[in-house]
Write a protein that binds this ligand. Structure first.
Ligand code: HEM
Length: 120
């Protein structure tokens, strides 16, 4: 199952690129909002993140950092932030532009999640 784990981890990075890319590409726009890349990226992070935790928990895959070494508080905070990001993406998708607040919140929380993933 380690090849499955690797594929899910690759998808985790593609999801990261999608949500942050969807945010960055609008940096200079006057009509900022939630675009499909941000919605699909947020959902991808939620699903792949849960699988990255679930597969080792079921004992069918080995994470790179070692399951015992994981800080579950870090994972919980990443999960909470990602749920907020996903909710904001779905709320923003239905609202008329510009929605600079929601756009900025999704971008800021996503970058904060990267910092937590790497530094914690
Ligand atoms: C916007 C949301 C997210 C971003 C930007 C993000 C980013 C990252 C990054 C940069 C890494 C590689 C560095 C590391 O290993 O810590 C990573 C790994 C990981 N992420 Fe996420 N993540 C997100 C959401 C989630 C969620 C919701 C979960 C689980 C509930 C999760 C679970 C994991 C796990 C378990 C790894 C470690 C994989 C391993 O070491 O084998 N992530 N994430």
């Amino acid at each position: 199952m380690d090849i499955v784990y690797d594929i899910i981890l690759i998808l985790h990075f593609i999801g990261l690129a999608s949500v942050v890319g969807g945010f960055l590409v609008q940096m200079k726009s006057t009509d900022r909002g939630v675009n499909p890349a941000m919605v699909h990226g947020a959902l991808t992070q939620l699903v792949t993140g849960l699988l990255l935790v679930g597969l080792p928990e079921m004992g069918v895959a080995t994470p790179y950092t070692g399951w015992e070494a994981w800080d579950h508080t870090k994972i919980a905070i990443k999960l909470i932030l990602t749920v907020i990001i996903t909710i904001l993406a779905f709320v923003g998708r239905r609202k008329p532009r510009p929605q600079t607040g929601i756009w900025g919140a999704i971008g800021g929380l996503s970058i904060a999640t990267i910092v937590i993933a790497v530094v914690w």
